[in-house]
Design a protein around this ligand. Structure first.
Ligand code: UTP
Length: 300
């Protein structure tokens, strides 16, 4: 059963160019690449719905057709499946189309994640909302959004999700400087730096692709220049909110995530994600494990 919360809208930016995954992403958004038997983005929509966020806004770029089709009804296909007696598959497809209330808005130009989030302003209005990145998958058995929503209730402001990464990897992420709170694995964020240069990271805490934000982030994003990589960075807007008073949408807390997360945004991480998630599945796990062992033994 899904739990109702004060946050009902999830914004999912899928307009990036996906350059790390070319040529697969030339005509397909990277969020539509299959992870075992579902596109990555379907896991993320299911995660949102499970946490009570059933209004989903996709920020799309070019190549949005496959994404729209995926979350739409496919009467012809459903009918064919029913005719062949594969009713279970037909039911799966119908449920998928009814999963959430899905909306789309175009980003126009992929100027960065901060810019993509700003495009959501009209749909989001004046309420807190979630931002969920479609190439970051969180293990469904240990969800993080419910915890983040509790932190929102407790502290207000924005809520991020942090994961400890190896020091040599922190330059790939937004990095947070934090102080402890009275709650285990919940911290207050005191500084944020996008993709810190070597030796300049204040911690090994990386910001991962789940955010709960206040609408006060929109005017900041509207006036933000480019940051790391020449892109309009969400992290830079959030850094400005750290010292705002809470009644003005300020203050940032974060949950430290210690569960399993899968990154599907680059080729090697994607391969690891597919293998890990397939190993966890009852219908593939045992056979795949045996095959991998035999395959590796054959390599020796
Ligand atoms: P990434 O930086 O991981 O995506 O952005 P990218 O730019 O597509 O990847 P590479 O580096 O070129 O391979 C994080 C998320 O933000 C979205 C992406 O689709 C991804 O889900 N995004 C990024 C946008 O929607 N618009 C943008 O302008 C940039």
């Amino acid at each position: 059963m899904t739990k109702r919360t004060s946050v009902t809208k999830a914004v999912m930016p899928v307009a990036g160019l996906g350059t790390r995954f070319l040529p697969a992403t030339k005509a397909t958004p990277k969020e539509m690449l299959p992870v075992v038997d579902k596109p990555a983005i379907q896991y993320v929509v299911e995660e949102a719905v499970a946490a009570g966020l059933d209004d989903v806004l996709f920020i799309t770029g070019r190549n949005k057709t496959s994404l729209e089709d995926h979350f739409d009804r496919a009467p012809h296909l459903e009918q064919k499946l029913a005719e062949r007696g594969t009713n279970e598959l037909s039911r799966v497809l119908t449920e998928l189309a009814d999963l959430a209330s899905i909306h789309y808005v175009r980003q126009g130009e992929p100027l960065g994640l901060g810019h993509a989030v700003h495009v959501a302003k009209g749909h989001v209005g004046n309420e807190p909302f979630a931002v969920m990145l479609g190439d970051d998958l969180i293990d469904a058995s240990n969800p993080i959004l419910p915890k983040m929503l509790e932190v929102l209730e407790e502290f207000g402001g924005s809520v991020l999700c942090l994961m400890e990464v190896a020091p040599e990897d922190i330059h790939l992420y937004g990095c947070a400087q934090v102080v402890e709170t009275h709650i285990d694995d919940v911290v207050r964020v005191t500084a944020l730096i996008e993709k810190p240069k070597s030796g300049q990271a204040p911690s090994n805490y990386a910001v991962i692709g789940r955010y709960i934000l206040q609408p006060q982030v929109f005017p900041i994003l509207a006036n933000l220049g480019t940051g790391a990589g020449g892109e309009i960075q969400l992290t830079d807007a959030l850094a400005q909110l750290i010292d705002h008073p809470t009644e003005d949408g300020g203050g940032i807390h974060a949950v430290i995530f210690r569960g399993k997360r899968y990154d599907t945004g680059d080729k090697l991480s994607y391969l690891k994600s597919v293998i890990s998630l397939a190993l966890d599945r009852e219908e593939f796990g045992p056979q795949l494990r045996t095959w991998i062992k035999e395959h590796l033994a054959g390599d020796k």
